[in-house]
Ligand binder design. Structure first.
Ligand code: SF4
Length: 87
């Protein structure tokens, strides 16, 4: 009584682009492994740090909430703000 679902799609909101995804045997196995790892993180109460990837993050709608770039020091932040204010 199973239903064969050979593919799905990811819709990227900002560029408004639809990317088809073939549900291969390997992708299904990776998805199950990732779900198990996620369940383990939740059970352990661990939130891993976000990892910035230019290609993915620059088009991600969560970028301003996620803030995956390494945090700058306060001194570097103030230096940049001062430079912008005086230029
Ligand atoms: S901004 Fe955050 S959620 Fe979005 S792709 Fe980057 S790391 Fe992932």
């Amino acid at each position: 009584m199973g239903v064969d679902i050979p593919e799905g799609a990811i819709f990227y909101g900002k560029p408004r682009r639809r990317q088809p995804v073939e549900f291969t045997k390997e992708l299904r196995a990776e998805t199950v492994a990732t779900a198990r790892a996620l369940h383990q993180l939740i059970q352990e109460g661990i939130t891993p740090p976000a990892e910035y990837e230019q290609k993915k993050c620059s088009a991600c709608s969560l970028l301003e909430i996620c803030m995956p770039q390494p945090h700058r020091s306060v001194a570097a932040y103030l230096k940049e703000v001062f430079r912008e204010a005086t230029s």
